[in-house]
Design a protein around this ligand. Structure first.
Ligand code: ADP
Length: 281
């Protein structure tokens, strides 16, 4: 089994205004190359968890280990291996042009000029934004800005990429393009992903393992098919159960048993098979 690169054990965080956030219940862990989704209603602690993994916050109680180190103590060392994409890409883009922005972290880390040019060119090509290299980021569309922010966060080939609500507010075309890119980095470079979302319909395409945060606890850890069986748990956690899970349950209520589908194609196939059996019978 792949090695654990993130481990969070019974973490408790108390903000200065005394707001308390807990992550007890199940252990949270991420293995090399794993795609992990963290889901939960508003205020369930998803962003707080990411901030602890980044080392920006210090645990009040409990333990966070990233690559075997405490991220708040070994901040620079841990951050060398982590890429981060915030929800608001605009706040993350600082360079005057796209290519200068993407080169920013490499310059800071002292890479030689030629190496920087090669790495920036490579990542801009992979993200299909090479023609934008001389553009001023401020004038780009929302989808383009997210791609620039993503290029900047993966240019140094981090082993772990943290993404806070990466798809919120995106139109379907841009969302699909961004998901394809994340899966490409995951498959080709072995980048582990930890992303937060409350859109459960995207999980089959982007997650191997899902953690559900609710009421200060990690109340579920499992695969996407396992999660899709937990409609009541999701509703109780202020999340809208995925469309396919609701379809499956409504068919069951009408006496039609099908395996919970993970795509509309699978749903169509399961229903088709069911109908074929009926006509044969
Ligand atoms: P989520 O990302 O799931 O919406 P957050 O991690 O942002 O949840 O927030 C968890 C809880 O912590 C919420 O009750 C939120 O109001 C509180 N919180 C987040 N940031 C701060 C802060 N800087 N100061 C005080 N409370 C905060």
């Amino acid at each position: 089994m792949a090695e654990k690169i993130v481990e969070v054990n019974c973490l408790k965080h108390i903000y200065p205004d005394k707001t308390s956030v807990h992550f007890c219940g199940l252990e949270f862990c991420v293995r090399e190359g794993e795609r992990v989704a963290v889901i939960g209603g508003n205020g369930s602690g998803k962003t707080t968890l990411l901030l602890h993994i980044m080392g920006i916050l210090t645990p009040t109680e409990g333990e966070v280990k990233v690559f075997g180190m405490s991220p708040h103590k070994k901040f620079r060392e841990v951050r060398k291996h982590i890429g981060v994409m915030f929800q608001n890409a605009e706040e993350q883009i600082l360079g005057p042009t796209v290519e200068e922005d993407v080169a920013f972290s490499l310059k800071n880390d002292g890479y030689p000029r030629e190496e920087i040019n090669r790495m920036v060119q490579d990542i801009l090509e992979k993200c299909s934004i090479l023609p934008l290299r001389k553009k001023v980021p401020h004038y780009l569309s929302g989808g383009e800005k997210r791609k620039v922010a993503l290029a900047g966060s993966v240019v140094a080939r981090p082993k772990l990429l943290l993404l806070d609500e990466p798809f919120s507010g995106m139109d379907p075309k841009n969302r699909t393009e961004l998901m394809d890119l994340l899966n490409l980095f995951n498959q080709n470079l072995g980048t582990a992903l930890v992303l937060t979302t409350h859109d459960l319909n995207i999980l089959p395409v982007i997650a191997d393992t899902v953690y559900l945060l609710s009421g200060g606890k990690i109340i579920f850890r499992g695969t996407v098919p396992e999660l899709f069986e937990q409609e009541q748990l999701l509703t109780a956690s202020n999340l809208e159960p995925p469309t396919l899970a609701r379809l499956c349950r409504q068919l069951k209520e009408r006496g039609i048993q099908i395996k919970t589908p993970l795509s509309t194609g699978q749903a169509a196939q399961e229903i088709y098979l069911h109908c074929s059996r009926l006509t044969r019978g």
